[in-house]
Design a protein around this ligand. Sequence first.
Ligand code: HEC
Length: 189
Amino acid sequence: MDELRLNKVFAGFLSAGLLIMAGVQIAHVLVPDQQLAENSYVIEVPEATDVADAAPQDTGPEPILALLASADVAAGEKLAKKCTACHVFEAGGANKVGPALWSIVNKAKASADGFAYSAALAEFGGTWDYQSLNAFLAKPKAYISGTKMNFAGLKKPEDRANMVAWLRTMADSQAPLPTAEDIAAESGS
Ligand code: HEC
């Protein structure tokens, strides 16, 4: 093969290469790499805060200690009509569907003589202090899961405060009202 021919072959390869490169560039121009401003499929994911808002509140009932001193005892007595289908509050009262509740404030939980408590309440422990009464009366089954007290609960903190203030009067000796420190500790928790 003479030199001229060899050159032609090289030139051929060269121009073929150039053509391919040019082709690629042209392809890029014709079909640009597209960056979409938005995803073509938008998947709605609610923001974390929305989910938290929708979730049931498990922060516990609103505190009532600060309300007790000025609570309306007579209103509490009226509210007790919601309980008397199952409870007797008077001194020496008998157990009914629920246990007798005379002197219940600060009494040991599940300690009414002769009442067949659920295992859940029998094993719960502690006394019926103001805070546990508040939690139980707000939503019995949330505070003691498995309790057999079938009562939805008193939603309003004022109602619970009035109720507990009246329960406090239904006793041999009235439990002391919460101190300023008790109130501060409750709202801080
Ligand atoms: C439908 C019947 C029913 C109603 C209404 C009801 N209770 Fe009860 N209550 C019960 C039963 C049953 C128990 C025992 C629960 C257990 O053993 O788990 C109980 C337990 C209690 C206890 C715990 C007593 C203890 O000895 O440990 C308190 C306090 C109480 N009830 C207060 C109230 C108050 C206040 C109301 C009204 C706002 C009320 N209950 C409404 C049936 C009822």
